[in-house]
Write a protein that binds this ligand. Structure first.
Ligand code: ZN
Length: 245
């Protein structure tokens, strides 16, 4: 992963005059899902409990990400493992921060602005607008899976379409969206009223027609035949073309 990418000038997380590593990092392209963790939160040792062994050189990495005056020229000459450790430590602290009241307020702004995208499911749209989603991890451990998006309408998870899809899921954790809607129940959308109905030339398809597409003939025969009937005597229904081999 390259950390020398250009900064995202559209990002609202930029703080004028702030030349810290955090401000630089969250302004990179592909990091738009991340919010800016305040320095005082990171510097509070209590919030870092248990993270001391998460990176090879914790003290060096901690000093890097809390650097108030960050120099990108020096950063370019650091090896990639140092950059990855810094991203990992920041990500793990970020996962803790976004489930605090302050963190949820920060993420709430991004949620309403649609920074995390919308649900790809058609029936989650309202008045022509897509349902906003929240980022979620499938695991709380780093390097297990990339970030996913959670739709509060259909309550399912999807791959993000944005370039943020390469972020590690542990930067958000498995609990964040559920904690968010417990904190802000008023933002919980209504359950979808419609669902997709498969049709053939305008006619609804019977369930048996849908099932037969996915059922092997052996399984189909087993379910329809009498248990006492020998397998060799089962007759296939005539008039239907069986395409399975
Ligand atoms: Zn949805």
């Amino acid at each position: 992963m390259s950390y020398n990418s250009s900064t995202n000038n559209d990002s609202s997380v930029s703080v004028v005059g702030d030349t810290s590593w955090i401000n630089w990092f969250v302004g990179l392209r592909g990091k738009e899902f991340l919010c800016r963790v305040p320095n005082d939160y990171i510097r509070d040792k209590f919030n870092l409990t248990g993270l001391e062994t998460s990176v090879v050189n914790f003290n060096r990495t901690f000093n890097l990400i809390t650097e108030p005056e960050f120099n990108t020229d020096i950063w370019k000459h650091l090896c990639e493992s140092v950059a990855e450790d810094a991203a990992k430590l920041y990500g793990l602290v970020h996962a803790r921060y976004i489930v605090t009241m302050r963190g949820m307020n920060d993420m709430c702004l991004k949620y309403h602005r649609g920074d995390f995208g919308v649900c790809p499911r058609i029936f989650c749209s309202r008045n022509g607008k897509g349902q906003h989603v929240l980022p979620i991890g499938r695991f709380d451990y780093y390097s297990q899976s990339h970030v996913k998006i959670y739709c509060p309408c259909c309550k399912d998870i999807y791959h993000p379409r944005s370039r943020c899809g390469m972020l590690d899921g542990a930067m958000f954790g498995t609990s964040f969206p559920h904690m968010f809607f417990m904190q802000f129940p008023e933002f919980r959308p209504e359950e979808p009223k419609e669902s997709y109905t498969p049709r053939l030339y305008g006619f609804k398809l019977h369930m048996s027609a849908l099932n037969s597409l996915h059922t092997l003939p052996e399984a189909s025969e087993k379910s329809t035949s009498n248990k006492s009937t020998p397998k060799s005597s089962v007759r296939r229904p005539t008039g239907r073309r069986l395409t399975y081999k």
